[in-house]
Design a protein around this ligand. Structure first.
Ligand code: FAD
Length: 477
């Protein structure tokens, strides 16, 4: 081995585990060095920096590709017997290090469990295995005349299981909801190898929804193997409109008023002045884009109401063009991959806020980023909206000053953002989750609830085999 690792190697892994895994998943196991390097990271931007510098974030001991839930249960039981870590892996598009195997062990890549099990037209539901790629699931539904309405920017490179495990949010979420609103039922294998499965019914009043503990658990409690989601008839009509405003506070106030009317455009996005210039080439203004879709008459009504509010708030109408531009560019992630090899440290951080504190939180976070020595880009947009508040999505970039390591610089900006967010009463993550990057902040975010989360983890996973080292919930902290 000619390279170093950021996290120490697992020295306790017993090679007999590979043999036993092979009997559970014949031909579906690898401990080849090339495979172990591939699964040493996810899309966490700082991990790419380490990679380019010749350091591997963390090596798993092997990778296994199960084809059904029984095999998943077999793998987890075996891991429990050997007390070896299990790291669930969807497509590795997580951006906070959630799938990095920091304690080594077995990476369980779910991509072979990619079947659409059933579309129930009468109940408007689809059931699929969780290793399915997001775009493949949406394409399958589109062909049959439906949409699930969950379209994250990472649609092409993320899985259903990853969405559920991270509580993802799609770009059309203001109308269709986030993944926890869209999911109806799940099947999962818990840390002791036992199965849980909930019923595909719209609602039950049968005590706490135990299975919902898995949503947002980021692989620390078990592996979600199948899920039933709400779907919708493919939209009959789409309407697009955009407005520019003199300030972000004005644009935010406009959308707050639209939301109060119980009108839910599918896509609502507000870009601050820096991002309006970057994405739409308009100086000193803030762009608001709106996209409505669904039933023809409803779309007409939603557009009419939204336009009326925008005009009454002195918005200047810019037509469809900016929305079409956004639709063309929405899966383009070139920026991040282009700048990292040049030494630029770059990331995005999403947080949420109630309307009352939204503007002060936005200002505090922009200022906090700018205060860190070396930061040259600090901007934001608002991407998901509720009658109660908003999700801000910030971007920072810069070059570490002399004698500051890339990680130290990166961590300083993150710390500044997290501190400002908590000070301004925001939540530290709207949809990317906790992983490694936010783990040290979760305690402050959760307060007393953190000790309950730790107790739950201990009951479900007493041997701490499921994705250890993540979210600050295991017994290693
Ligand atoms: C370019 C880009 C754009 C993005 N845009 C969005 C966006 O619009 N909205 C959004 O919400 N996120 C976005 N993300 C973040 C990321 O795509 C999501 O967090 C996604 O949910 C991760 O899915 P994945 O399948 O790649 O999971 P992975 O990265 O493989 O895993 C993420 C976490 O989930 C766990 N996990 C994975 N599968 C399972 C399973 N079946 N059971 C239990 N645990 C599991 C892993 O252990 C890990 O902790 C973006 C990422 C990138 C790189």
């Amino acid at each position: 081995m000619v390279y170093g690792t950021v996290y120490p190697k697992n020295e306790t892994f017993d090679k007999r585990i590979i043999e036993q895994l092979n009997s559970i998943v014949p031909g579906g196991v690898s401990d080849k060095e090339a495979d172990r390097i591939v699964y040493s990271k996810d899309y966490w931007p700082i991990a790419l920096r380490w990679y380019l510098d010749g350091t591997v974030p963390a090596l798993p001991d092997c990778i296994v590709w199960p084809e059904n839930a029984e095999q998943v249960a077999g793998i987890i039981k075996l891991a429990n017997d050997w007390r070896t870590p299990v790291v669930p892996y969807g497509e590795g598009s997580g951006v906070v290090g959630g799938a990095v195997p920091v304690k080594g062990g077995i990476v369980v890549d779910m991509r072979k469990m990619d079947r659409v099990v059933e579309i129930d037209d009468a109940s408007l539901m689809v059931t699929a295995q969780t290793g399915i790629n997001g775009m493949n699931l949406e394409r399958h539904l589109d062909r049959e005349g439906y949409t699930m309405g969950h379209i994250p920017q990472s649609l092409y490179c993320s899985s259903l299981g990853g969405w559920l495990a991270c509580r993802a949010a799609g770009q059309f979420s203001t109308k269709y909801g986030k993944i926890e609103d869209i999911v109806v039922a799940i099947e999962a294998v818990l840390a002791d190898g036992s199965f849980i499965k909930s019923k595909a019914v719209p609602r039950s009043s049968t005590g706490p929804s135990v299975e919902r503990l898995l949503l947002g658990s980021e692989g620390t409690l078990g592996i979600i193997t199948e899920a039933t989601l709400k779907i919708w008839p493919y939209p009959e009509e789409r309407a697009m409109v955009s407005f520019i405003f003199d300030s972000i506070s004005h644009a935010l106030e406009t959308v707050r008023k639209i939301m109060r009317k119980n009108v839910y455009p599918a896509v609502v996005r507000i870009y601050d002045k820096n991002e309006t210039l970057r994405h739409f080439y308009i100086k000193n203004k803030c762009m608001l884009i709106l996209l409505m879709e669904g039933d023809k008459e409803l779309v007409k009504l939603e557009k009419g109401i939204s336009v009326k509010v925008c005009k009454s708030e002195d918005g200047n109408e810019c037509g469809e063009e900016p929305v079409l531009h956004w639709l063309d560019m929405r899966f383009n992630v070139k920026e991040s991959s282009e700048f990292t090899p040049k030494g630029f440290i770059f990331d995005t951080v999403e947080v949420s806020s109630g309307w009352k504190n939204a503007m002060s939180l936005y200002k505090a976070i922009i200022q906090a980023m700018r205060n860190v020595d070396g930061v040259v880009v600090a901007s934001g947009h608002a991407s998901h909206f509720y009658p109660q508040g908003v999700c801000f999505y910030f971007t920072f970039g810069g070059l570490p000053p002399k004698h500051v390591t890339p990680f130290k610089f990166y961590e300083s900006v993150w710390d500044a953002i997290m501190e400002a967010c908590l000070r301004e009463h925001g939540s530290i993550s709207h949809h990317h989750g906790i992983g490694l990057m936010r783990a040290k902040w979760l305690k402050e975010e959760m307060g007393e609830r953190m000790s309950i989360l730790k107790k739950i983890k201990k009951v479900i996973d007493p041997n701490n085999i499921m994705n250890p080292g993540k979210m600050g919930v295991g017994n290693e902290e």
